[in-house]
Design a protein around this ligand. Structure first.
Ligand code: GDP
Length: 433
């Protein structure tokens, strides 16, 4: 998905516009610390456009002087975004700070759409012509508080989406990325995987702003490893803000089929590991939990089991994810990784037979009667798999309100027991027949 950033000096109304556009969807990443506390990253859609949004105003740069902050936020937006909305404000007109932002945006070669906020009524439109002086062409009048003009603005933004090179790989290529806190060993793991005997690195597919993609073959299949960790080693300007590696990780997750959540075996699980894994789960990606640095852990015969129980306890929502213990440095059990990635991606893309699926559901209903509410019982007519990546099922019922969360969970467990969807989340929706 393309990334749109809103840039502008403080108080022009960036957060208002951001919330107008992404609306309720902000909750998708609500739990990721440092991101949604400031609500800086969210997925938006507007009519048929789908994109991710960054509100640079939400980025906390710390105690830098005013102009330095503005500059820093703009630089971040330039690095991260595909299209930039340059937001100004009709009340104060063109200010020195706006000109400062404009200077930074000139130097980028990203498309910029100029918006003038707080144009709350048509009479105020005559005041927007001054903004041509900023040098970004036609200014779009909008009103965040009244919700005016946003459609025209986003139409203009979306025009630039078409020119973006697509980084989509062929459906048959398995795409995966490694996420986890700094120093858990992601880069070392990438090297260990690519150094494995049977891996043939056929090509470096491309280096985007956010990640290094490496295309390789393993046992006759093609894979792309989307490596965000490697980027840091290049010492880009935005590395000063830790939040950015999180942003990049989110984008890598969006592009992947399988996510390796890497945990440092020496340190155990930390809250931040959970948040990022939660994003992968919500995005419907397959997940493998990788416990790295297992070579330096003091072990007896129960250590692994205890660690595993601890992981299951912390990652209840990832009960389908395989756990592998290994060492990127000694290469011990590195060879278990590729088979797990293959398994998780095959399950992610798997379609089950409709008649078998319906037998499973009918057996489940016979085993555990459907819930009732106010004297009315849920009736299940038919179940259908409507999508893959992840496998998604629609249960046709008499009244979706009657489908209780716990019953849906029960059906999911029955589907898992029957089809072994190891590694992948599955989604279930109820619809009225
Ligand atoms: P990243 O920030 O997640 O990419 O982590 P790096 O791959 O840069 O690794 C951070 C540090 O941990 C480096 O000093 C590595 O040598 C070390 N390291 C990575 N994997 C292992 C491992 O399996 N065992 C041990 N002992 N050290 C490791």
């Amino acid at each position: 998905k393309p990334v749109v950033a809103i840039v502008g000096r403080p108080n022009v109304g960036k957060s208002t516009i951001f919330n107008r556009i992404v609306g309720e969807r902000v909750s998708i990443v609500e739990d990721i610390p440092g991101i949604t506390r400031d609500r800086i990253y969210s997925s938006g859609d507007w009519l048929n456009y789908q994109f991710n949004m960054i509100d640079t105003g939400g980025i906390d740069i710390g105690d830098e002087p005013f102009l330095a902050q503005i500059r820093h936020q703009a630089e971040i937006a330039i690095e991260e975004a595909d299209v930039i909305i340059f937001l100004t404000n009709v009340r104060e007109g063109v200010t020195a700070a706006d000109e400062e932002v404009a200077k930074i945006l000139y130097r980028s070669n990203k498309p910029v759409v100029l918006a003038v906020n707080k144009v709350d009524n048509p009479e105020m439109r005559t005041n927007i012509y001054d903004f041509y002086s900023l040098g970004f062409g036609e200014p779009f009048p909008i009103s965040g508080s009244h919700g005016l003009g946003l459609g025209d603005l986003l139409d203009e933004v979306a025009k630039h989406f078409k020119n973006l090179g697509s980084d989509d790989y062929d459906e048959s290529i398995i795409k995966f990325s490694l996420i986890g806190r700094p120093n858990v060993g992601k880069s070392s793991l990438v090297n260990a995987i690519l150094g494995e005997e049977r891996v043939i690195v056929s090509d470096i597919a491309g280096t985007t702003r956010d990640a290094i993609d490496t295309l390789y073959k393993y046992e006759g299949r093609e894979f792309v490893i989307i490596d965000t960790a490697g980027m840091r080693k290049k010492g880009k300007v935005y590395e000063t803000t830790e939040k950015y590696s999180v942003l990049r990780a989110l984008k890598a997750i969006d592009r992947s089929d399988v996510i390796l959540v890497v945990i440092n075996g020496e340190e155990g699980i930390i809250e931040q590991d959970k948040h990022i894994a939660g994003y992968a789960h919500d995005a419907g990606k397959s997940v493998i939990i990788v416990v790295n640095k297992w070579d330096v852990v003091d072990k007896d015969e129960r250590t692994m089991k205890k660690f595993e129980e601890n992981i299951r306890d912390h990652f209840k929502f990832l009960d389908y994810a395989p756990i592998v213990f290994l060492s990127a440095i000694t290469k011990k059990r590195i060879h278990t990784l590729m088979p797990n990635i293959i398994l998780a991606s095959e399950n992610h893309a798997r379609r089950v037979q409709t008649n078998v699926l319906n037998d499973v559901i009918m057996d489940a209903v016979a085993m555990n009667p459907t819930p009732t509410h106010k004297g009315k019982r849920l009736k299940i007519f038919y179940t259908s798999q409507v999508a893959v990546k992840p496998p998604t099922f629609v249960v046709f019922v008499n009244d979706p309100e009657l489908m209780h969360f716990s019953y849906e969970r029960f059906l999911e467990n029955r589907i898992r027991a029957a089809f072994e969807f190891e590694g992948t989340p599955i989604k279930i929706f109820s619809r009225e027949r």
